[in-house]
Ligand binder design. Structure first.
Ligand code: UT7
Length: 331
């Protein structure tokens, strides 16, 4: 009997309509289009507007697009994982609500949080359930409403992040396609460099924390940049080496969209030409858990069965790593 691998068999995505351009940000903080473009590669990002709409709204839309495209009956889904750093609420699992709303009445569901590496880690989790034979259809959704934790008076963070969601369905494959190898790491030294101080068990919400703006993201950008550049490039290089992949063998790099300079450093280290590097940071900014599935969705029509894909991500915690996956279908 051939080994069961976990393949991605469908993708979907959603970004909200409102486009927050660099020009709009110029009216909010002391910044300019030239600085943002040269330092990050970002030109615009999407923001979810409207009362009472949380991350679940984005996740549901992405899942619904996947269901529609793939003609999958939601009742067949065994498990839904929502990878997110901005759940609807601290306690009630966002994924459970998403599952009910899309009609996945036979699924169980939970959230997974590893900051910007949430989707990457989620790929490992989803694939493990499939490889073990325990479940047949696992829907992994990466979704974040970053605008809910961004301080639009802080020019060091508000120019970077945006809202969005992407979804990927994992199913068993007997042709050897799907997830091949992973190299995942974390280091708690990072928790002081990229964080939201208040609202967790360490510092519960109070009048004081609100007054001190501690429910917004704080980032020591320069330090995070150094760790991110080194670790994203190292882990991608390691995955290539471990699997005897030369730059010619790699068809696509799917890098977390945090900063174009970090993406360029990673692809240079891998020896890849730009045409093999997926990039949409200019349109969406950093959507945290949604960057990788948004790329898959945007580039889906260019992907061919058997293509070698290398994913790489880095995020708060610190969390980071790389995954090697063989694409399983032509669209
Ligand atoms: O996704 C999770 C992981 N996150 C990342 O990977 C993000 C990693 N970090 C970065 O991408 C970059 O560090 C940033 C884009 C956040 C910042 O770029 P940088 O090149 O590291 O800039 P910097 O923080 O060193 O700041 C350079 C200068 C400073 O001015 P002085 O001290 O040189 O006078 C800042 O005050 O740029 C200034 N600055 C800005 N100027 C205009 C900082 N933010 C802005 C801004 N507009 N928005």
């Amino acid at each position: 009997m051939s080994k069961i691998t976990a393949a991605i068999t469908a993708v979907g995505s959603y970004v909200p309509d409102f486009v927050m351009t660099n020009k709009i940000l110029e009216t909010l903080v002391d910044t300019n289009d030239e600085w943002i473009t040269t330092r990050t590669g970002i030109k615009e990002r999407r923001i979810l507007k409207g009362e009472g709409l949380g991350t679940s709204y984005l996740a549901i839309k992405a899942a619904e697009q996947l269901l529609e495209k793939s003609k999958l009956d939601p009742k067949e889904i065994d498990l839904i994982i929502v990878a997110t750093a901005t759940p609807d609420m601290m306690v009630a699992a966002t994924a459970a609500y998403v599952a009910s709303e899309i009609g996945a009445t036979n699924a169980f569901a939970y959230d997974l949080q590893a900051a910007c590496s949430s989707f990457l880690y989620g790929m490992s989790t989803a694939a493990s359930y499939i490889e073990s034979g325990r479940y047949k259809k696992v829907l992994l959704i990466g979704a974040d409403k970053m605008s809910s934790i961004i301080d639009y008076t802080d020019r060091t963070t508000c120019i970077i992040f945006g809202d969005g969601a992407g979804a990927a369905l994992f199913e068993p494959n007997s042709e050897g396609l799907g997830l091949q190898d992973e190299y995942l790491r974390s280091d708690g030294v990072g928790r002081n460099f990229l964080k939201m101080d208040a609202g967790g068990s360490l510092l519960p919400a109070s009048e004081e924390t609100v007054k001190n703006r501690q429910h917004f993201i704080y980032q020591d950008g320069k330090s995070v940049f150094k760790f991110a550049v080194t670790n994203m490039a190292d882990s991608a290089a390691k995955i290539m080496e471990r699997n005897n992949l030369s730059h010619d063998d790699v068809d696509w790099l799917i890098p977390h969209q945090a900063n174009k300079r970090i993406i360029d450093a990673t692809s240079n280290r891998m020896g890849l030409e730009d045409s093999k590097v997926m990039m949409n940071i200019q349109r969406y900014g950093n959507t945290t858990s949604a960057t990788l599935p948004l790329l898959l969705s945007d580039y889906e029509t260019q992907l061919k069965k058997g293509d070698n894909l290398v994913f790489a991500a880095f995020g708060g915690g610190f969390t980071w790593g790389s995954i090697y996956l063989k694409w399983a279908y032509n669209s």
